[in-house]
Design a protein around this ligand. Sequence first.
Ligand SMILES: [Zn+2]
Length: 298
Amino acid sequence: MIWESGMNILGHQRILELLPRVKAQTFLFTGPEGVGRRLVARWFTAGLNCEGGFPPCGDCASCRLEAHPDYLEIAPEHETKTGRRARLPQIRLEQIAPRESEEPNLLDWITTYPRFRSKVAVVDGAHFLGEAAANALLKVLEEPPSFARIILIAPSRELVLPTLVSRSLEIGFAPVPEALLQQLTSDPEVLAYAQGAPGRVRWALEHPAEFNRLVSRTQGLLEAVQAGPAQTLEALKLLGEVEGALPYLGQRLRAHFAVESPAYKAALEALARAQEADSAYVSEDLVQTWLALKLSQL
Ligand SMILES: [Zn+2]
């Protein structure tokens, strides 16, 4: 269902008050992963199409639909055309505009009439739009059909092409206060991991084994750092197998070292450079070895 009456958005009260009132058709939702940007996009779609308007009732013909025909989410793909796993995800031109492949695409979808009142297309990961795809999307943003809304989602505006940003109304999502997150859990480990993102709380609660692996391997790394470069490298390799490990490591380093200490600054710097090298396609082995040496010298 696009919206159920029991569904709950934690925080973002001002955004929920503002969205139904604005005339803009193109939005840029910025904020950390898991903070609630997609959930609000679904709520917005539900309200635009609900028999009773905002807030969506969760009970009318539109709200009750399992897969809503007026809602589309486009996300980057990790696979390349040849089936190899790409290091960097990308939103391809074929996902935005019609090509010979006749893949379903945003442009064709958004220019046909809605089944209810309004169509909402979400481009989740607008910072992963390839140049050709971004240019094709730009044409839609310049003159969207009157019944259409387009929501770009990205961590921050700086990561999105300026031509796309300038045609969008930015809605910034701030981290959700911990007092609200406590409605979901009282586990201090999970709350520390969440960093104000309800989606991260839900992930940790739904994947306890993976979450525990992340916590224990990060702890293992912090201990290995004291033991020497070889142990650090081994611990880093283990940690590297867990999704989203590096950002969490940065968070734990903050708790591990005194914030003003030179060791903390050096550790964060090393981590930032490792993440940079990682996204610049430097071999994972090299990055880990280098980071292991750096961390164990602190
Ligand atoms: Zn409804």
